[in-house]
Design a protein around this ligand. Structure first.
Ligand code: ADP
Ligand code: MG
Length: 205
């Protein structure tokens, strides 16, 4: 059974963020301050660089280190939130990296983001991509899907969640200052959160 390789997850996430940085920044230019792509690029580059200093680190150690670096280097609203996500996932992966354990850790990460950011589903944030992915993972595992199938479906759920942020009015973060003018744009954090799930799919070994 394939397991999640945490270092591969961080590396894949950094690569996807690099590929889509301009798009993330363009989304943030529409309803924020045009820094989400560059913020995430800076943070993930630092996280990847730190992996080289910790060869053979456990999944928990990798996620803990990544979380601390993201809190420190991403900045904005998203840095502390993604940092919190990885720190909580780190705890969840102490008991293993099989997909069932990962699904529990992922949900714990989502709950930590929601507690820290006080965002609910429908507030037009990263939660709107993370939450459907967590639900999808649970559903897939409940019906006996294998790791690749479950994560593939979770990527599709996060992607649908990302798209569904367009008609929402932002109720959290900088975009909420725009009120009704935030409607009609995809949330940048929902886009980067979808990439986080896609990176996990790529990190099954
Ligand atoms: P900033 O808005 O401070 O410039 P970023 O541009 O890096 O930070 O990140 C913006 C993203 O952060 C938003 O698109 C949204 O998805 C997410 N975000 C902002 N506030 C919250 C919150 N309270 N809860 C969850 N996500 C949030
Ligand atoms: Mg911003």
């Amino acid at each position: 059974m394939a397991k999640l390789n945490a270092a591969a997850w961080v590396r894949s996430y950094a690569a996807l963020i690099d590929q889509r940085a301009a798009e993330l920044t363009a989304l943030d230019a529409a309803i924020g301050d045009a820094d989400h792509g560059i913020n995430m690029q800076r943070g993930l580059a630092a996280a990847v660089a730190a992996l080289a200093d910790a060869p053979g680190a456990s999944a928990t150690e990798v996620c803990k280190q990544t979380g601390m670096i993201l809190v420190r280097t991403v900045g904005g609203a998203s840095g502390p939130l993604y940092g919190t996500f990885f720190l909580r996932v780190a705890d969840g992966l102490e008991s293993g990296t099989d997909v069932t354990t990962f699904a529990k850790a992922f949900r714990a990460g989502l709950e930590a983001v929601m507690a820290r950011g006080k965002a609910e589903r429908g507030d037009k944030t990263m939660v709107d991509a993370l939450a459907p992915a967590a639900d999808c993972l649970d559903r897939q595992l409940a019906v006996g899907s294998g790791p690749a199938t479950a994560l593939e479906a979770a990527v599709a759920a996060a992607e649908a969640g990302r798209k569904a942020t367009a008609p929402m009015q932002a109720r959290k973060g900088r975009a909420s200052y725009l009120g009704e003018r935030s409607v009609g744009h995809i949330d940048p954090g929902a886009m980067s959160a979808m990439l986080l799930v896609r990176a996990a799919r790529q990190a099954l070994r």
